[in-house]
Ligand binder design. Structure first.
Ligand code: NAD
Length: 300
């Protein structure tokens, strides 16, 4: 796969993805299914193996449901290779960073990446909330840097928020918009404000659900059932928090609280406690639900 765009000398064929957690593995999968060569990198080699196994399992399910042919599954898997370190991504045309939601971690990644990445390559961050402009300023190419905020789970969710930093150039934005459409997704432009559009609205609701639990207004089950049946939400807010990852939810609330300086964004102390306990949701086997058995069991 290659993508033409307004810079005659620039096409995207090779995509690097940094961070092979739930988001990075999904991003790698959709890029591979769209025909791009994908290099997937993570700090932890076992995380890379887990990501590749997860992608294969997801594609298998698609084959079983007759939504994908076995040949297309094999072709997609062939498009993805593991990268042992950031310098191996040096000849990528686009690198999408999907590492832990921590500004220091992301800065460290961009610092190392820019030392090795070819000059005309574009860098996107999948951050849920951190200032794209500030992250861009830590790179050697703020004009070719922007936010590309995929939703979870990436292969299923239709939306990608595209966030311009103050220095992002129009060529870069147009190129990434076109690539987003080639991935079969719908782009929506969001300005570079803390948490952009979706999480600015969604995370305060989740945080409020945790306060509701904390204050004893309802049990985990009552809160989730109330929002599913009373507001027609497909998932309850606590179930959704576990799915997103409570560490990510807390990080986004901190960014909203610090970035907008408004007490209404104060993270719920119970959310803080769960993260301190390592009960960060589905990926840890425990959050507001316990996932160790056949079906999730509410913890409160
Ligand atoms: N979880 C969601 O619903 C969601 C949705 C949209 C965006 N995001 C954003 O996507 C990013 C990743 O979130 P996630 O849910 O996949 O988290 P995750 O915890 O599942 O995965 C993060 C991965 O990053 C890796 N990592 C950490 N430091 C690294 C480094 N220096 N170099 C390479 N890899 C490193 C970790 O080993 C881990 O595998 C975050 O910025 C998050 O805010 C998350």
């Amino acid at each position: 796969m290659s993508q033409d765009n307004s810079r005659a000398d620039f096409t995207i064929t090779k995509v690097g993805v940094i961070g092979a957690g739930q988001m990075g593995s999904g991003i790698a999968q959709v890029c591979a299914q769209a025909g791009y060569d994908v290099l997937l990198q993570d700090l932890a080699d076992e995380q890379l193996d887990k990501a590749l196994a997860g992608i294969e399992k997801h594609l298998d399910r698609q084959v079983k449901k007759d939504r994908l042919s076995e040949a297309d599954k094999q072709a997609a898997l062939k498009q993805i290779s593991k990268a042992a370190s950031v310098p191996e991504l040096g000849d990528c045309d686009l690198v999408i960073e999907a590492a832990t939601e921590n500004e220091e971690v992301k800065r460290g990644i961009f610092h190392e990446l820019c030392e090795h990445l070819k000059d005309n390559a574009i860098i996107c961050t999948n951050t849920s909330s951190i200032s794209v402009t500030r992250l861009a300023s830590t790179t050697d190419r703020p004009g070719r840097f922007m936010g590309m905020h995929f939703m979870n789970p990436v292969p299923v969710m239709q939306l990608v928020e595209l966030i311009r930093g103050i220095a992002t150039d129009e060529d870069t934005f147009a190129t990434i918009r076109q690539l987003t459409e080639q991935l079969g997704k719908t782009p929506v432009a969001a300005e570079d404000f803390p948490a952009f559009i979706v999480n600015r609205i969604l995370l305060p609701m989740i945080n409020e659900a945790v306060y509701t639990l904390y204050e004893g207004v309802g049990s985990v089950e009552a809160i989730d059932t109330a929002m599913k049946l009373g507001a027609n939400h497909p998932m309850g807010p606590l179930e959704l928090a576990d799915f997103i990852g409570l560490d990510t939810c807390l990080a986004v609330m901190h960014v909203l609280y610090d970035g907008l300086a408004d007490s209404k964004y104060r993270p719920c102390p119970l959310l803080v406690k769960y993260v301190e306990a390592g009960w960060v949701g589905r990926k840890a086997g425990r959050g507001f639900y316990d996932y160790s058995g056949d079906k999730p069991v509410p913890t409160r």
